[in-house]
Design a protein around this ligand. Structure first.
Ligand code: GLN
Length: 229
């Protein structure tokens, strides 16, 4: 399973969000604390963010995050108030190039999937950036409309009961997350909200989102709803 992270709030540098936290994505790439499946996330990484003009920018790689000196050099100079980042542990059989690394993009959304899903249960779409299951799922979520993501996940899970469907999305105004087979945690700070596969530090303000829940973050705050209620 991969690990991912979203930030919405005051601009922070990519280094502050991804590299600096003691148990952040960089550490999670080789020593995740809560990962249930897979020991590390060495099969690539990706960072997506909204720039000052509101355009989506992405930087992805098929290499381990811990070995990327170029990203480490530039990350302190790139900042954004809306960031989605991921480190990847590839599912066997999936492509290994950077086009299979999250975040994916569609209709102004950045999307990341932690898990696996049978591609046979997903409709074929030209929108998918890769044949990687996560890219096909991301395209399906965009095509169904992100406002319907809870229904989309429930339908996919019904078609593939072995699927793990942990999703994290942002369009720069909202974060949307779904827990389905894996948890998320969130941290509300005075200047923004982080949502992540696992806490980036031991701050007691981190709150766990249980399995089978929807989390949305917008200017109105954080909302968590039970998808099975
Ligand atoms: N199935 C996706 C991939 O192969 C995600 C894997 C994961 O969550 N570890 O990249």
């Amino acid at each position: 399973m991969c690990r991912h992270l979203a930030w919405l709030g005051a601009p922070r540098t990519l280094a502050q969000l991804v590299l600096d936290p003691p148990s952040g994505l960089l550490t999670q790439s080789y020593a995740p604390r809560r990962q249930k499946r897979g020991l590390m996330n060495a099969d690539g990484w990706g960072v997506g963010f909204l720039d000052d003009a509101g355009a989506v920018r992405r930087w992805r790689s098929s290499r381990p995050l811990w070995g990327d000196a170029s990203f480490a050099s530039v990350a302190p100079a790139l900042s954004s108030g809306a960031v989605l980042a991921a480190v990847r542990s590839a599912t066997p059989g999936m492509p290994m190039d950077e086009s299979a690394a999250a975040p994916f993009e569609g209709d102004g959304w950045l999307l990341s999937h932690n898990g696996r899903v049978s591609r046979e249960v997903l409709p074929a779409t030209r929108r998918a950036e890769s044949v990687c299951d996560s890219a096909v799922l991301a395209a399906h979520v965009v095509e169904q409309g992100v406002e319907h993501v809870a229904d989309t996940v429930a339908a996919v899970a019904a078609a593939d009961p072995d699927a793990y469907l942990n999703l994290l999305l942002t369009d720069g105004r909202r974060i949307v997350g779904v827990t389905w087979g894996d948890e998320l945690s969130y941290l509300e700070l005075p200047d923004g909200v982080a949502v992540a596969s696992e806490p980036w530090d031991d701050d007691p303000r981190w709150v766990d989102v249980p399995d089978h829940h929807l989390i949305t973050v917008d200017s109105g705050g954080v909302h968590v709803t039970d998808l099975e209620a």
